[in-house]
Ligand binder design. Structure first.
Ligand code: HPA
Ligand code: ZN
Length: 325
């Protein structure tokens, strides 16, 4: 069964490239850059994965991501993930990355985007995989900083960059803070997504729809608390990119029996299954499908529907979608 879930052609739409950094690769990259991580070994880094909430995870995620400095680092990181994703029959991927986490350490934006693009091109050559980039702004940093990074991203004019998102610490940093940033992204022809309703209440999801004009919501777990919002998501065809293993590890839904994804699907919401930060949460995309099968009793037909939905709600071109359907 696990094999057949892994073999379903699917898109991964909620995947932070920094969250795919496995401890061994973090140490290898840190070593070649002469950076010392505040852990003695890859095992010691792994031992720090005792997360109790989103912030306790983000603290480790940003420390390990501090190993990344060069274009080659970003290319190696992304290619390692894309190779692993290919094993799970990921045919299309939209890679999130956090530019501010790196430009703040002096890494040129062109090296970040250049390295990620190099890996996407290699994955296309090797496996026929399609992919693109979504730059996420750190919501606990000032909106003016996000705006400056957006201007730089637009100036780079990368054909791989298809959208912007919003991530990092959620509670206390509501979407409307980034209204102007997302308006500018829309003017530049970029797609818009946002994390919302992971730790903060369903009102953040509504705010992301209204203030940011998002086309998809990342996580959106708390939508289940508002019947009106669930109806609206269904009516407007706004997809949720959900990540069950992440939600379990960060105590968003400590018992996966309570995860709302199948109830949301029954109510007509488009839901996809993704891995978020697989190096940290104990599983890649097929593992996330598998845990939903085990805990919530996903049937083969429902699993195939999730995979089809992931392609449908992706930002792939119409011709690519037609190829994958
Ligand atoms: N939530 C918010 N920020 C993040 C996440 C997440 O799940 N993963 C990486 N950055
Ligand atoms: Zn995420």
């Amino acid at each position: 069964m696990a094999r057949s879930l892994a073999a379903l052609p699917k898109a991964e739409l909620h995947i932070h490239v920094e969250g795919t950094l496995e401890p061994d690769l973090a140490f290898e990259i840190a070593q070649r850059n002469g950076i010392s991580l505040p852990y003695d070994s890859p095992d010691a880094l792994r031992a720090a994965y005792d997360f109790v909430d989103l912030q306790s995870f983000l603290d480790v995620y940003f420390i390990a991501g501090g190993a990344l400095l060069t274009l080659a680092d970003f290319s190696d990181l992304a290619l390692a993930y894309l190779e692993r994703a290919h094993q799970d029959a990921v045919a299309h991927v939209e890679l999130f990355f956090d530019p501010q986490a790196h430009v703040s350490r002096g890494v040129p934006l062109s090296d970040i985007v250049g390295g990620l693009s190099e890996a996407l091109a290699e994955a296309h050559t090797r496996w026929g995989m399609s992919g693109s980039l979504i730059a996420c702004f750190l919501r606990d940093r000032p909106a003016a900083e996000a705006m400056a990074v957006l201007d730089d991203l637009i100036a780079l004019n990368s054909p791989d960059l298809v959208g912007v998102g919003l991530d990092s610490t959620e509670v206390g940093y509501p979407p409307a803070l980034f209204r102007d940033v997302f308006a500018r992204a829309a003017d530049a022809g970029l797609h818009r997504v946002s994390h919302a309703g992971e730790e903060a209440p369903h009102t953040y999801i509504t705010e992301a729809l209204e203030a940011l004009g998002v086309e998809r919501v990342d996580h959106g777990v708390r939508a289940i608390d508002s019947p009106e919002l669930v109806q609206r998501l269904a009516r407007e065809g706004i997809a949720l990119t959900m990540c069950p293993l992440s939600n379990k590890r960060l105590q968003v839904t400590p018992d996966l029996k309570d995860h709302p994804l199948l109830v949301l699907v029954e109510q007509g919401v488009k839901v996809t299954i993704n891995s978020d930060d697989p190096s940290y949460f104990g599983g890649y995309i097929a593992d996330n499908y598998e845990v939903v099968r085990e805990v919530l009793g996903l049937t083969d037909e429902q699993a195939a529907d999730f995979a089809r939905t992931s392609i449908e709600v992706s930002f792939a071109s119409p011709s690519r979608k037609a190829e994958l359907h």
